[in-house]
Design a protein around this ligand. Structure first.
Ligand code: S3P
Length: 172
């Protein structure tokens, strides 16, 4: 059955867009970070703190691989780093898979993330200047993996509804 995967950097709107999309097309939504939190009964922050990032990436891969193997139809919102580890990007091109990169500029990401960073262990302790530089470098490093998606939608200056309509048009 069909899997719709939304991917992109932290703050690009994956979860928000995925939830709206799921409602409009009536396909259940699964948030990968939430699945990981449920599996370990810990927040993403706590997993990073207690077990470290490498452990998080291992569990992230297991949970994602399980979802991709299930026969259920679903909209999956990935974590910002999911495509970049453990060959997770290889799931982007399977049969009945629609992988969509929600592409946002450094400025858009900075504006969205700097007010809302506490739940994100990779940026929680950075000041504004450090964060801008971190996003720029990190996005550059990750773009290769994000660009493995089958489709790309630029989200800068678009409303949630506009982006959702674009995704629906891609799926048609
Ligand atoms: C991460 C992004 C987060 C979460 C974790 C690591 C990343 O997800 O998976 O904090 O490496 O970019 P969101 O993109 O949903 O914030």
């Amino acid at each position: 059955m069909k899997k719709i995967i939304l991917l992109g950097y932290m703050g690009c709107g994956k979860s928000t867009i995925a939830k709206k999309l799921s409602k409009s097309i009536q396909v259940p939504f699964v948030d990968l970070d939430e699945m990981i939190e449920k599996k370990l009964n810990l927040s993403v922050n706590a997993i990073f703190e207690k077990h470290g990032e490498i452990y998080f990436r291992k569990i992230e891969h297991e949970v994602f691989a399980d979802l991709m193997q299930s026969t259920e139809e679903m909209v999956i919102g990935l974590g910002g780093g999911t495509p970049c580890y453990a060959n997770n990007h290889e799931f982007f091109k399977g049969e009945n898979v629609f992988s969509i990169y929600l592409k946002a500029s450094i400025e858009t990401l900075f504006q969205r993330l700097h007010q809302n960073k506490s739940k994100r262990p990779l940026i929680a302790s950075k000041n504004e200047e450090e964060m801008r530089e971190f996003i720029a470098k990190h996005l550059f490093d990750r773009s290769f993996y994000y660009n493995q998606a089958q489709y790309k939608i630029v989200v800068d200056e678009k409303s949630i509804e506009q982006t959702v309509s674009e995704v629906i048009a891609l799926l048609a």
